[in-house]
Design a protein around this ligand. Sequence first.
Ligand code: DGJ
Length: 735
Amino acid sequence: MRRFIHVRHSIWLFVIGCCGYATAQDSRPMIIPVESKQNAVVLQVDAKGQLSTIYFGTKLSNSATYQQIPATYQQTVDYSGVANAAYTAAGSKNLFEPAIAVVHADGNNGLDLRYVSHKTISRGPDVEETSILLKDPLYPFEVTLHYKVYKAADVIEQWSVIRHTEKGNVTLQKFASANLYLKASRYWLKQYHGDWVQEMQPEESQLTHGIKTLDSKLGTRANLFQPSVFMISLDQPATEDQGSVLYGSVEWSGNFRVDLELDNLDNLRIIAGINNYASPYILPANTAFETPPFLYTFSNKGKGDASRKLQRWARNYKILDGKGERFTLLNNWEATYFDFDEAKLKGLLKDTKELGVDLFLLDDGWFGNQFPRNSDHAALGDWQENRKKLPNGIAALDSMAQRNGVKFGIWIEPEMVSPQSELNAKHPDWVLRQPGREEHYFRHQLVLDLSNPKVQDFVFQIVDSLFIKAPKLSYIKWDCNAVIYNAWSAYQGKQSSQLYVEYVRGLYKVLARIRAKYPTVPMMLCSGGGGRVDYGALQYFTEYWPSDNTDPLERIFIQWENSYFYPAIASANHVTDWGKQSIKFRVDVAMMGKLGFDIVVKDLKEQERTFCKEALTNYSALKDVIWHGDQYRLADPHEGSVAAVMYLDEKQSSGVMFNYLVNYRYGEGSKLPIRLKGLDPCKRYQLKEINLYPEEVSTIPDNVTFAGDFLMTIGFNPQLNLKRTSVVIQINEAP
Ligand code: DGJ
């Protein structure tokens, strides 16, 4: 719905142009509220056509009252008058971090963007897109701001499209997706840092004046040290159930940059998008530069509510097959590493069936002949089956899997090339490398130039040929282990400063082609752990690999932090031999997402094997609520000795509660009851412990029922102690 609000003392006129745009007809202010079910971003056009943000937060019941907001603030002077610009342009009156900086065709770097028109169109049930056209009054240069509002989900995707018709190329020096402006007494940033096997380490701190930047310059697996997901709490740090909090994330699988600038008025400017680091972009006339979306949601009910909004949105609109099913699997990486042959794999296919999972996933090491892939030093790029290990190829494995009544999946790392490979020898110009300089390797490998259409074809064909050889292939694990060193592209040549941007665009082109031909085949986004997960990529992938660290104790923390931003259905959790915990503890933790195994099944004791099979049966009954239900974080492992997470269906009638002891000092346990959330206070629920070893009897009686209000006010004690470190409770509405 299109909305126009007449500001006090003004009669704001508008007309609908032939293209459906509203256009300004006089010089008086106009307000453009961009509203979701509960939130609003309110923009204002002043007499000079300057577009600014006058409000960000909870929606007001009467949108006409947004006009009264600016007068209620008595902050210090905004000298420039554009500190709250909706898209800050460098080179005119701006005094802060810009959203856009350009060098025009004539060398001038001044830019001034003024409102021209706006429109709102429907993008499907419950989704609306408002676009606002801004133009430079002097140069034929324009930017359209897009706000795609997922109304019920309370999520906005915001991006910009930049165009010009100047006589020559314009250089874009900065090209953000979005520029938000928040007002509060104080701002608290929750951000993440990490490294291999230490992903998603949280830090929360109060923002001080000046700029705090979250960014990546790694090129490919951009999240290795820092992901683009973050939270901003307003006034005070939000808790799980209280406080105002914004979640933000750039939908981009390459270098990103988020600037958080606290200005002289004590307002927070958030400027987010692709990182312009070493990336001036040459934009020819009549060509659109479209930024990726910056994604955000806001809640005044705490971090839990905000994350459930984001998770629901992700399942309904973004993650591939977010509302669908997933395969449980047995992976051979940690069971064999590179040391396998057809006979060994035949045994693993039998184990897959025997364990009761859906699919066998063949990992790294199956390819390369001139340079066999027997370690991570060779063969990336040579995607032909190794004749010694797999004399009958993957087609035979695929058929064998069918005969065993399981599905077959395979690992690839298609963006990469080993220096020791036939591909590198044949197409040296397809590889990112600096001519004449020493070459630098990350995990002994180089990165292919995905900005080159020929390389895009090659990568598409890697996937396509797998399906041609093994038509029943049911799963792909897409790995990516190197960062971009040696950042120069033979294909881009003098325009190599565009490489970081064009690499990701090239990757998305390949993924879009794959999805056009193979729309639903599940694919895991992996990168030596959680170095790569974002919503730009997840539109092509069904799941991601949070970390190579599968020690279940560590995973509780990693999965906990990821769960703020990504739903459980997308979290690939494998049971491995990492950590000292029991198989039960390991399986319980892996069940909080998409369950898989990467163990030697034959090494399991009889009792452990029986436990796994029964747990898989339980998982079949619970996976719907884990994958598609609402998630509630009940007890934070960072704050006490216990972690507890629950999943509940929409009808508030069935769910599951996972509880873990995370501190093993003397006398530790669940001393207090844990309050459940999201239940119907008027219903009665039966809570029953599941995932027990054969013959094990729970200390929790399973014939007691509790009122929903009791469970949410007083709570339930899962009776964790040093002998019961992991307890899974099934929740069902009492008959
Ligand atoms: C890194 C992944 O995270 C692992 O699971 C495994 O697939 C290896 N790569 C294989 O090289």
